[in-house]
Design a protein around this ligand. Sequence first.
Ligand code: SF4
Ligand code: SF4
Ligand code: SF4
Length: 253
Amino acid sequence: MKSKLKLKLKLKPKIAIVSLTSCEGCQFTLFDLGEKFLDLMNKVNMVDFRLFEDEKDKGGKLDIGIVEGSPLTKENIKTLLKLRKRSKLLVVLGNCAAMGGVPEIKNYQQGKATIKQVYKHIQKISNPEIREVNNFVKVDFVFPGCPISGEEFLKYFPELLAGNIPTIPDQSVCIECRKKGNACLLLECKPCFGPIILGGCDAVCPTSRMGCQGCRGLRPSGNINTIHCVLKNMMTNQEFEDATEIYGLRDDL
Ligand code: SF4
Ligand code: SF4
Ligand code: SF4
């Protein structure tokens, strides 16, 4: 009986959730899942999850390395490279790690001018450019969003545990928005990037009458030129640029 139990434990995939520079909101989304998350965690051997426990990660190979946040500091970059080396699959959690996120806004400003808003004396303050995780390592799968969708995590994580890379359907935010019966913001001349953005967030922003700002990133077959023309009738060039900087969309347009 004992040896069977040992065998079962050995078969549990080894997982680590590692946070770089981030607000940790994506990890909190996992906690928000409550028992559903704990049920999922019972199926794995979690060797590192700082928000969850203090125990030191002893190193060794991982089945899935999960990373949240921007590789900003030298220490972050070292952690990321190490995680990639240890992991069969490297999975990214959220907009910061995948697209640069809100911190990337500063890339579009003059670095020194931006940092002066935060620190009075900027000597010795490190102010590196924000670069997404895939600039440093190969990424196998992205859970998009700011924060990620907990339900989406529950849906796709078991596939990853089985060693498969899931495909998020190439559907716009508009599909979910229309299913909810929302009146389209664009028809009211209110900017919304929904048609070119990957759905899966349950159209949470347009449902609250806020235009989608693209935190889940572009969908593969979105027609960027058309939405560009439509939105430029509703926004100045500056407003368009500012809106696409919020979640790092600007790099991809
Ligand atoms: S993607 Fe959003 S919620 Fe997740 S770590 Fe970055 S800022 Fe926080
Ligand atoms: S409000 Fe935005 S997301 Fe909703 S249908 Fe219109 S363009 Fe699409
Ligand atoms: S509606 Fe757009 S900005 Fe809002 S959560 Fe969904 S993808 Fe992100």
